[in-house]
Ligand binder design. Structure first.
Ligand SMILES: *Cc1c(COP(=O)(O)O)cnc(C)c1O
Length: 399
């Protein structure tokens, strides 16, 4: 039989595009920086001494490989073999540290001496501040003033780790405004500063670089599935998508294997037919945001709309260009999960498996309700993070 995917290419092309999505739309002043990164990232990532350093810290500091856990009671409930890829067990509690560690090591090799980052809920900020403490690099984290208030514990963690948190008072005082301010900083300090982007977004080469750094997730899955199941691929991979980094990492080594169905769970908020949603792939239209062409939540006249989700990590108004392309070519299936569906899935996992998931990851778990499985199907849900940070939400919504 013809393998349809052999003729498709889901890797980034040399200009940074996935189909019509991606590219590098940046101010002139950043051209040298982005060009420099683009000319060096593949060389550095594949350098044996970089790999030795990165893999060593991933093992001994982050705690990798993360387990692939066969969730028996969840499997019984859904009538398939459901595995959880336990990114929640990583140091700092989510997949984000994989990316921060890789980028800060890379920055150091490029001779950069100052790290900046943007953060929404503070998870990427904490991961980056953690790595900067480890590697003794000064770290500045831009964060919307509203988020600084809402996510105070993460602000205190970043400060304890030695980072400077810069509150941003422009716009809606949330992630989009923090990102604009981080870009402004980078423009002013192109020589010594490296900008660590937290997801598969931004100008090329960031989306590809972040996907490669997170691809350790699917690399480990291949080995672990071979051990558990005697074959190195599952029938389904389910992941939540905010900017798309944990999904890109979980899909990476399976993009061109058409036996593997890729399921993306995006945040529907209060519903895709209400004004309170973050379902960018369902509702977005093409445009340019933070350096790349992708789908964006925008009004009729092209103003970026503030997304809404109960989960702070999923309310980005854009989506990684790779995911816009996977959805457009129907390589992936995108499901919109409401706040209530995600909450229910979080309480279920806690009750029957003894694992409190991050609110974001609960969106991926809720997708299981919308899929029909055969008893022999092997399903991997990427459990992107743990729920400690979401306890207030869970307590407020307990039934
Ligand atoms: C930030 C975050 C996400 C969303 O980011 P992606 O880049 O889409 O992976 C998902 N889960 C957790 C636990 C997060 O912290």
């Amino acid at each position: 039989m013809q393998n349809r995917l052999k003729t498709m290419n889901y890797d980034v092309n040399e200009n940074g595009y996935y189909g019509e999505f991606g590219g590098a739309y940046i101010p002139e002043i950043l051209h040298v920086n982005v060009e420099n990164l683009r000319n060096n990232y593949l060389k550095i990532l594949s350098d044996p001494s970089f790999q030795e350093e990165f893999n060593g810290l991933m093992r001994d500091y982050v705690g990798r490989p993360s387990p692939l856990y066969l969730a028996k009671r969840l499997s019984e409930k859904y009538g398939a073999k459901i595995y959880l890829k336990r990114e929640d067990l990583n140091h700092t509690g989510a997949h984000k540290i994989n990316n921060s560690l890789g980028q800060v090591l890379l920055a150091r090799r490029m001779g950069k001496t100052r790290i900046i980052a943007e953060t929404g809920a503070g998870q990427h900020g904490v991961a980056t501040a953690t790595v900067c403490a480890l590697l003794n690099m000064p770290c500045f984290v831009y964060m919307g003033a509203l988020d600084v208030e809402r996510q105070h514990l993460n602000v205190q963690k970043m400060e304890m780790l030695g980072a400077t948190v810069v509150p941003v008072h422009s716009g809606n005082k949330t992630l989009k405004d923090a990102t604009n301010e981080a870009i402004r900083d980078w423009c002013c300090n192109p020589e010594d500063t490296y900008y660590v982007i937290g997801s598969t977004i931004g100008p090329h080469p960031y989306p590809d670089m972040v996907a490669r750094l997170q691809s350790v997730i699917s690399e480990e899955m291949q080995k672990q599935l071979l051990e558990h199941e005697g074959r190195d691929y599952p029938d389904y991979i389910v992941a939540c998508v905010g900017g798309g980094s944990n999904a890109a990492g979980a899909f990476y080594h399976y993009l061109h294997n058409d036996k593997v169905k890729l399921i993306e769970a995006e945040a529907a908020g209060k519903g895709i037919d209400t004004p309170y949603s973050a379902a960018t792939i369902h509702l977005g239209r093409e445009g340019i945001i933070h350096g790349c062409r992708t789908l964006i939540m925008q009004s009729e006249d092209g103003q970026i709309e503030e997304p809404y989700s109960i989960s702070a990590g999923l309310d980005y108004p854009g989506i990684g260009p790779i995911h816009a392309y996977l959805a457009k070519t129907k390589r992936s299936t995108v499901l919109a999960i409401t706040d209530d569906e995600a909450l229910e899935a979080a309480f279920l996992l806690t009750k029957i498996e003894g694992i409190i998931p991050a609110m974001e990851s609960a969106h991926a778990l809720a997708a299981l309700e919308k899929l029909t499985f055969k008893p022999d199907d092997v399903v991997v849900v990427n459990l992107s993070g743990r729920g400690d940070k979401d306890m207030e939400t869970y307590i407020a919504n307990q039934k």
